[in-house]
Design a protein around this ligand. Sequence first.
Ligand SMILES: NC(=O)c1ccc[n+]([C@@H]2O[C@H](COP(=O)([O-])OP(=O)(O)OC[C@H]3O[C@@H](n4cnc5c(N)ncnc54)[C@H](O)[C@@H]3O)[C@@H](O)[C@H]2O)c1
Length: 416
Amino acid sequence: MDSPAFHHALSCAFVVAGAPSRLDRSRWRHRPVRSVCRRVRMQFDGAGARPAPLIHHLALLPGDGIGPEIMAVARQVLDHVSRRFDLRFKLEEHLVGGAALDALNEPLPEETLAACARSDGVLLACIGGPKWDNLPREKRPESGLLALRKGLEAFANLRPAKSIPQLIDASPLKPDVVRDADVMVVRELTGDVYFGEPRGLHYIFQGNGEREGLNTMIYTETEVFRVARVAFEVARKRQRKRLCSVDKANVLESSQLWRECVTKMATTYPDVELSHLYVDNAAMQLVRAPRQFDTIVTGNLFGDILSDEASMLVGSLGMLPSASLGDGTYPGVFEPVHGSAPDIAGQDKANPLAMVLSVAMLFRYQLNRSDVADTIDAAVNRVLDAGYRTADIMSGGMRLVGCREMGDAVERAMSE
Ligand SMILES: NC(=O)c1ccc[n+]([C@@H]2O[C@H](COP(=O)([O-])OP(=O)(O)OC[C@H]3O[C@@H](n4cnc5c(N)ncnc54)[C@H](O)[C@@H]3O)[C@@H](O)[C@H]2O)c1
């Protein structure tokens, strides 16, 4: 275990794509290990006991495009939460994506990653835009996002797709099919074919020009167990307490291992009902009868596809939040699913509700304050009931508002 190869492997595990290799992990850790452990327990115990008042240090990453506009609304919500729940926040903004490239020539500057790692939670708006589209891969804004998730060891991506009655017509699926659908997709985020080695694009025989593209679908038991644990914990917190594991175990060895590990983990969660589906069937069932699903757990590739498919239950990008969580050593990243919407940036047309719902996820899954999360979710519900709509979710007879006005409406609804 003391070989140079081992140390290399260890340092590689800590060095993230696009992040500077000089990153010193010890500098990230400003708290004693015990406090970190307490935070891990708080993330999931859901015991209902209110944690003592403390200051939550939050890292805010507005990013690019509509990012600063929707982050301003997130701040407004946090200000309100602070007053209403007597919570104290220390909010620090940092650069990421194109904004960071412009200022520091890095999509994820070292100081941003370090600040996020020592925070209690990361709120990210969105990154990217045409200005940076032609840069080499490691210099693109998206590399900053991947490096952030990797650097914070955020291996589980939670994407809720809950049908919103007031916007049921925004879904391309029939109202009867999507009504009351409420699915949480837990996608493994840092393994599988996206990161497996070997990978590459090679010439098979030099000379004749024939090439092959190669990727490796691979999971270790540890990787499956840890994401399965998150998924069981999430399922346990939900009303129906059902978990469906999605794989392709009839064809793939990595899926066979996946299924074995998830099944083993189920013995620790007797209160959660576990089922298994092959991915092709799951894809079909999601649009045929989505109400049968509660929580889904799946690998990176299948999760990438299924979470986008599930988002069609809601129908509107501007309404979809997400969370990327690790084992609690580092804080999670809470962000809307949508991109930076360069076509409407700076015009006060952005829908801030996915960002607001991401703030709610921060309280539910990171700060263990379901009461605050419920208040935020209820406020969003109320503004929709009251007919407020940004252009992306506008329909006849509703009241068209901009990003700022929607933020004001949410704030008012939180006081009701
Ligand atoms: N997580 C992220 O930050 C993330 C995710 C996806 C794409 N991107 C990046 O965003 C940039 C634009 O990508 P894209 O156009 O493919 O996807 P996009 O999600 O930014 O936009 C797609 C469409 O949806 C609209 N839209 C998106 N979010 C909205 C909101 N909150 N309110 C109202 N309308 C909204 C946009 O105006 C656009 O018409 C690209 O550089 C891409 O790489 C970033």
